[in-house]
Structures are given as structure tokens and as C-alpha cells.
Design a protein around this ligand. Structure first.
Ligand code: HXC
Length: 512
């Protein structure tokens, strides 16, 4: 073969590999409203930056005559490229090739990019769309999954790991996304479950559709397994690009600063009247977040789940921060099992990756009731307490209104290591709300309604304010709400070089 013929051969081989499972299967994929693995990767990465690895890998099994069916790439497209000029590793299961199923060779490709991502210190993004374990390969496929799970765990807290579920993801295969930091699902086309509707019908006689059991809304709203939802593949890729911009490449770096034209001194007068006078009147905490954020941009995580707490990323003076905020508009912003777990995992992500935490607090306490107690609110609430206490990133708290009871301690209080604690003049920091307190304090004294009212007013004056806490140094400064943006930026600036040692240990034992 001449050199020219060898070049032509390479061209042909590349062309063939890039066709994946062929025209018919690609058309079927498109008809189902899904893009192919390569189309997804090209949308995800900066233009022309994708470097594909292992393009010609084949499976090695001979079971079920599989040696007669080999397709270049073996059902996964893997390699590296850039997002906003920053290195990321990626693997995308190719449903058009053996249903994107995991063979030994296919798993080895994923393992290879995961190991590279760990060694080079760059995020890994997995685009999942697969029929699961390749049945023809049996335990070799299961071994491949376990190798991936092991690396997911090793990489946890070292490099950001993000999963998009863009098609089927069933059986044990769900555990790789579950071990990663964030899961994004597409509406209609994606589903995740450990056992499918047919098995469920046989075992428990429940009838449920695939969508109800493991669709995007189910996992974004009910189970809390997924963190984000996109309309389609295209929007999903854009969301992944935006999300990665808030994260450092690895745990040894700071998150990238994005220059902003938004004035750091910008005051927002409307904030002064946003928290209602009436402590029982709800308001939207997201309004405060967006009003103080650079360019009013807030990237919310898990917007459909446990809406009594709000989490997400934003930037202040260009620096990424993680936001945790009680939401008075939903269940009065109470802490319960779901909201504690939602926030705790996010706090730990931010702490793992050096992203400062800004907490907005307006919390009437923990949700009472047998459902919560029997469900283990003690251990789940402890997760949030543990996560905030353990975090050594800069921690800044703003109490906007209620900070009652144990929830005051939990929500990044001074006592559990917050660096800057601010309060609005409307803050009420006390063991409990005035009515509850008066009922307990004077329960043996048979007070008339009039007397009760007086006592409530007395309690409010003495306790339902930020001044007692400020007198004790638990609150560093009482601020005008309109100044929140600048006050937070000042606090972030002051804490920039924070260096806090923790006692040597293998790892803590968070109440799981
Ligand atoms: C081998 C598979 C396969 C599998 C799909 N295919 N699943 N090949 N092993 N697990 C092949 C099909 O034969 C077909 O090949 C191609 O992929 C596309 O599949 P279709 O059925 O045509 O597509 P669709 O109608 O969209 O249905 C997709 C599907 C269905 C819902 C995923 O294929 C399905 O139910 N597959 C089985 C899923 C499953 O039970 N997997 C095991 C889960 S347990 P051709 O050549 O016709 O295109 C598991 C354990 C992991 O994964 C354990 C880890 C610890």
C-alpha cells in the first residue's frame, strides 16, 4: 500500500467509525427526539476541540456469534475537549451501536478517560443513553460497571463529575450517575430505574409507566435523584456548559472568575421592602438572590425538589459562590428531611471544590410531625448540620427574618464556623416564635387574651430582633437590605485567603 493509499484507508476508517450504528439507527434515534452521541459531544464542547480516543475499539466476545458483529467504537464515544477554553473529559454512550450497552471493551474506554481526567485534574462528563449491561458479555459487563463505580468513588471530591441521562438508564447502570455530583435528565426521552415496570408488576403488582417510574420529572420532583431537567438534548448540553463554568477543574484549584460589568456597589432599594413586616407573610427568597447576584443571574439546582430550600450557583464580583437559602414562599421555609438532604449534599459539593457558601436564612424551625420523626429527621437534619460544620470554605450568612431554634444553629451560624454573619434589621433570632414562647412561658398563669397579647409584644421587643445576637457577637453586622450585594462582596473579599485546619482523620462519619 502506498502512503496515499494508507491515508485514504485512514480517511475511510474514520468515516466508517463516525457513522456509528448506521443511517437507519441514526434516523430512529432522531425520530425519537434524541441526538447521536457525536452530535451531543459536538454541542457540548467548544467548536472543533473534541479529540476522540479509542475510535476503532471493538468488543472481544465470541458469545452468541458476536464476533460476526463488530462496530468501530463499540457503543461509546470518548475523549476530551474544551468548554469555554477549559479542558474536560467526556464519554457519550452511542445508542445506535448495540444500544449503547456496556461491554468489557466499552467499559475500558470509559475507564480510560476517567483515569485520565483524574490524573490531569479535569472534570468528567458522562452522557448516558444505554440499554445497560451487554447481555452477551455477562459478568464481564458487570465487572466493567463495577470498575466505573469504583473510579466514580475515587474521583469524588477530586474532580467534578457530571452525568446527563438522555435515554434509558436502567438496572445497576443507574449507580454510576448516582455516584457523580450532578444528574441532568431530558424530558420525555430519559428514564432511570433499578427495576423496570414489568418486574415491578410481577413482584408488587403495581402498574406504573416508565415515565411515572423513572422519568425526568419523577427524579427531579419526587425522588431527588436528579438535579436538573432540560427540554431536549440541545438545551441539556447548554445547561452542562453553563454549570461547569461555576466549578474549578479539580479540588486543588479555585473556581474560574468571570469578569462582570455589574457594579459591586450596586444598591437595590427594592430590597428594603422585600421582606414583609408581617412575619407570617411569605416572600420569594429567589428575588433577594437574583437582585444581589452579578447580572441578576442565578443557576438554580434542584428547582423542583424540596422547594422549601433553594440551592444553586451564582457569581458575586465575578467569583462563583454556592447559595443555600430557606424559601419562606414554600412551607414557610421550614427544614424537613428532604430539604436537609438537598442542602447538605450541595454544601459538601461546594466545600469539596473550594466554592464559598452564601446562606440566606429565614427559617421557622424543623417541621414537626410523626412523618418527619419516623422518617428520621434527626439523622437527616444532622446531615445539614454536619455539612455546614465540616465545610472550611468561606461561609457567609445573612439572616433576613426568622432564625428560630435548632435551625438557627444549623443554617451556617457563627457557632458552627461561619466567617461573616449578617442580619437585616427585620431579623428575629430566638428559641422560638413569640406566640409559642408565650404559651410555654406562661402556661400555668391563665393569661387573658389581652395579657397574652402584651406578653407577645414584650417577647418580640426583647427577643424577636437581631440585637440580642449582635450584642453577643453572634451577628457581626446588622445591614440595610439594599446593601446586601456589596456587603457580601466585601465579606468574600475578606475571606478569600481563608485557611482552616481540620484535625487529621481518614474521613468523618456523616450521619448517612
Ligand atoms: C445487548 C441490547 C441490550 C442489552 C438493547 N440492546 N439492550 N443488546 N444487551 N442489554 C440492543 C437491541 O438488541 C437493539 O439491537 C439495540 O440495542 C436497540 O434496542 P431496541 O430494543 O431496538 O431499542 P428500543 O426499542 O428503544 O428499546 C430500548 C430498551 C430495550 C428499552 C433499552 O432495548 C431494552 O429493554 N433492553 C434491555 C434492557 C435491560 O434489561 N438491560 C439490562 C439492565 S440490567 P439492534 O441490533 O436491533 O439495533 C443492567 C445491569 C447492570 O444493566 C449491572 C451493573 C451493576
Amino acid at each position: 500500500m502506498s502512503i496515499q493509499e494508507k491515508f485514504n484507508q485512514l480517511k475511510e476508517r474514520n468515516k466508517q467509525a463516525e457513522q456509528g450504528g448506521g443511517k437507519e439507527r441514526i434516523e430512529k434515534q432522531h425520530k425519537a427526539g434524541r441526538l447521536t452521541a457525536r452530535e451531543r459531544v459536538n454541542l457540548l464542547l467548544d467548536s472543533e476541540t473534541f479529540v476522540e480516543m479509542d475510535k476503532f475499539v471493538h468488543h472481544r466476545t465470541t458469545n452468541f456469534n458476536m464476533d460476526k458483529y463488530k462496530i468501530d467504537g463499540d457503543g461509546v464515544v470518548s475523549g476530551y475537549g474544551k468548554i469555554d477554553g477549559r479542558l474536560v473529559y467526556v464519554f457519550a454512550q452511542d445508542f445506535t451501536v448495540f444500544g449503547g450497552t456496556l461491554s468489557r471493551a466499552n467499559a475500558d474506554k470509559i475507564v480510560k478517560v476517567m483515569k485520565l481526567a483524574l490524573k490531569m485534574g479535569a472534570p468528567i462528563i458522562g452522557l448516558n443513553d444505554s440499554g445497560g449491561a451487554r447481555i452477551q458479555e455477562g459478568v464481564e459487563s458487570l465487572g466493567g460497571y463495577a470498575d466505573i463505580f469504583y473510579l466514580n468513588t475515587r474521583a469524588s471530591g477530586v474532580i467534578p463529575q457530571i452525568s446527563a441521562v438522555l435515554g434509558p438508564c436502567a438496572g445497576g447502570a443507574v449507580y454510576s450517575p448516582a455516584l457523580t455530583d450532578f444528574i441532568l435528565m431530558t424530558q420525555k426521552n430519559s428514564y432511570m430505574f433499578v427495576t423496570g415496570p414489568d418486574v415491578i408488576k410481577t413482584v408488587t403488582h403495581e402498574e406504573v409507566t416508565q415515565e411515572q417510574l423513572g422519568g425526568a420529572m419523577t427524579h427531579n420532583q419526587k425522588s431527588g435523584v436528579a438535579h436538573l431537567m432540560a427540554e431536549d438534548d440541545k438545551q441539556a448540553m447548554m445547561m452542562l456548559r453553563e454549570m461547569i463554568g461555576f466549578m474549578p477543574s479539580n479540588n486543588m484549584e479555585d473556581a474560574p472568575v468571570k469578569s462582570s460589568m455589574d457594579d459591586i456597589h450596586r444598591e437595590d432599594q427594592s430590597l428594603d421592602t422585600l421582606v414583609p413586616d408581617d412575619p407570617n407573610k411569605p416572600y420569594d427568597i429567589k428575588e433577594i438572590i437574583t437582585k444581589v447576584a452579578d447580572d441578576n443571574n442565578f443557576f438554580e439546582i434542584m428547582p423542583h425538589y424540596a422547594q422549601n430550600i433553594v440551592i444553586g450557583f451564582t457569581r458575586l464580583s465575578g467569583k462563583p459562590v454556592g447559595i443555600v437559602a430557606n424559601q419562606p414562599q414554600h412551607l414557610a421555609g421550614v427544614l424537613d428531611i428532604d430539604s436537609s438532604m438537598k442542602a447538605a449534599r450541595f454544601v459538601r459539593f461546594c466545600d469539596s471544590f473550594n466554592i464559598p457558601l452564601v446562606t440566606f436564612e429565614d427559617v421557622p424551625g424543623f417541621l414537626p410531625g410523626t412523618a418527619q420523626e419516623f422518617g428520621g429527621i434527626i439523622k437527616h437534619g444532622a446531615k445539614l448540620l454536619y455539612a455546614f460544620s465540616e465545610a472550611t470554605v468561606p461561609k457567609i450568612t445573612v439572616i433576613t427574618r426568622k432564625a428560630y431554634g435548632g435551625a438557627y444553629d444549623v443554617m451556617s451560624s457563627k457557632h458552627i464556623g461561619a466567617d461573616v454573619n449578617l442580619a437585616y434589621p427585620t431579623a428575629e433570632i430566638a428559641v422560638m416564635g413569640p406566640e409559642g414562647a408565650v404559651n410555654i412561658l406562661y402556661r400555668k398563669q391563665n393569661l387573658s387574651e389581652e395579657q397574652k397579647k402584651e406578653k407577645v409584644e414584650e417577647y418580640k421587643e426583647h427577643f424577636a430582633s437581631p440585637y440580642k445576637a449582635a450584642e453577643l457577637g453572634y451577628i457581626d453586622e446588622i445591614i440595610y437590605p439594599r446593601q446586601t450585594r456589596f456587603k457580601l462582596i466585601q465579606a468574600l473579599d475578606m475571606t478569600e485567603n481563608k485557611n482552616e485546619d481540620v484535625p487529621p482523620k481518614k474521613h468523618g462519619n456523616i450521619p448517612l
